[in-house]
Design a protein around this ligand. Structure first.
Ligand SMILES: CC(C)(COP(=O)(O)OP(=O)(O)OC[C@H]1O[C@@H](n2cnc3c(N)ncnc32)[C@H](O)[C@@H]1OP(=O)(O)O)[C@@H](O)C(=O)NCCC(=O)NCCS
Length: 391
């Protein structure tokens, strides 16, 4: 078999299912959650409203939102067994690995984890959203030999995460920025981690299995792990003066620069356009604007270098400015990707529900793509193929 002509597509550009949850228009740079532009949602809604929208296919009314916010809050406590498990894990465990392990453990505390009832699975979905935040914050406390902090019922999901991590109440502005980050990261169609969740859900495995698979997928540096790598790059460069020929040198070494490029967007990522000014403002609030300034210069240089060296346009993605933004909020670098999960879990569970309970045709089917075998045949290939034809 001549493998030279076979291209690994990574399923790019291949439509494999229908969805009513979101649409990413790569040519126009538009992202829609259930019919609403993400820009409008970021400017006018809270993360709780977006979760409701993703799960129930419409925005909540005022009373529904109040009740739903309380519901999310009421599910935030972790079982003692989960906290004990975290306490015996090595302190240097990767936070994404701890999150993935704890999500699997959570399934053991469900009374009817394999239920085929949409209502019961929706209840589990809400618990998963609530507890993902608690797990990430609790691990941050435990690995630093600090007592875990329970969520404050008076706070929303965004403020509670920051409070549970640090024990300090965030300012209104910081809380609002973090809430907007959660809105922006909530959903993005069939990205790698969502596809993982849907693929697992298509086997009719339960929602905790699907979400734990998605966490594993998100951890990779070509996906959610990129935000941590962007910050590590900024820390390595360390000053605006040092930005210099950084991009050119990395490309010359054949390396990828994190936070640049996207598998779908061929224009500006609409989320990055919102995150950039937030990163600037957050830098000002923190009294250190160099991370934003370095990011801005790197973006400018990248555009020029990619044009010159590769004759292509390059744009920053969602992970680029979120790195400097989270850093200015005082969030540890290795929590950046878990924070992505704190938000994206809302999209994952909506997709699991759609995968398993879609009412209208076309209904989802078990995912089972083909691959092209380019390995050896232990015996004459013709015999093997003839044998197959006979069967
Ligand atoms: C996201 C990503 C995987 C998309 O990859 P993709 O769809 O394969 O992108 P393309 O193949 O269209 O890229 C076209 C060219 O640009 C290059 N390119 C794309 N992103 C690049 C990056 N961040 N750094 C260096 N080169 C990059 C590719 O290597 C390719 O060059 P080639 O034709 O010489 O091989 C890729 O842009 C990337 O690895 N980015 C960095 C990781 C990241 O930020 N991930 C978060 C995504 S939200």
């Amino acid at each position: 078999m001549d493998s030279a002509n076979i291209k690994n597509t990574g399923l790019r550009g291949i439509t494999i299912a229908t969805t009513k949850i979101s649409d990413v228009n790569g040519a126009l740079g538009k992202l829609i959650y259930r019919g609403y532009l993400v820009k409008d949602l970021a400017e006018n809604t809270t993360f709780e409203e977006v979760i409701y929208l993703l799960l129930y296919e419409r925005l909540p009314g005022i009373d529904e939102l109040e009740e739903f916010t309380k519901k999310i809050n009421s599910e935030s406590d972790l079982h003692d067994g989960i906290i004990q498990a975290m306490k015996i894990m090595p302190k240097d465990s990767l936070p994404m690995d701890v999150l993935q392990a704890c999500i699997s453990l959570l399934s053991n505390y469900e009374e009817d984890v394999t239920s085929k009832s949409r209502d019961i699975v929706t209840e589990m979905a809400i618990r998963l959203i609530s507890k993902t935040s608690s797990i990430v914050a609790t691990w941050q406390r435990i690995r630093n030999d600090e007592e875990p902090i329970k969520a404050d019922p008076k706070l929303n999901h965004a403020s509670n995460f920051l409070y549970m991590v640090s024990g300090k109440y965030p300012s209104k502005e910081v809380s609002h920025f973090f809430d907007t980050c959660l809105v922006l990261h909530a959903e993005h169609s069939f990205n790698a981690s969502t596809f993982s969740a849907r693929e697992v859900a298509s086997t009719r495995a339960h929602i905790y299995s699907a979400v734990s698979a998605a966490v594993g997928s998100l951890s990779g540096e070509l996906h959610g792990g990129a935000n941590q790598r962007v910050m590590e790059m900024l820390q390595k460069i360390d000053s605006v003066e040092n930005v210099d020929n950084y991009i050119e040198n990395e490309l010359a070494k054949g390396r990828k620069v994190m936070g640049l490029g996207h598998a779908v967007y061929q224009v500006d990522d609409p989320r990055a356009l919102i995150l950039a000014p937030m990163s600037k403002r957050m830098g000002e609030l923190a009294g250190e604007t160099k991370w934003y300034e370095m990011s801005q210069l790197l973006e400018k240089n990248a555009k020029e270098v990619f044009k010159k060296k590769k004759n292509m346009d390059i744009y920053v993605n969602v992970d680029f400015y979120s790195a400097s933004l989270y850093h200015s909020m005082g969030i540890p670098v290795d929590l950046f990707t878990p924070i992505f999960a704190v938000s994206r879990v809302s999209g994952w569970v909506a997709h699991v529900l759609e995968e398993q309970f879609a009412e209208a045709a076309p209904k989802p089917v078990l995912y089972r793509p083909e691959s092209e075998y380019i390995g050896d045949y232990c015996g004459p290939a013709e015999c093997f193929l003839e044998d197959l034809e006979e069967r």
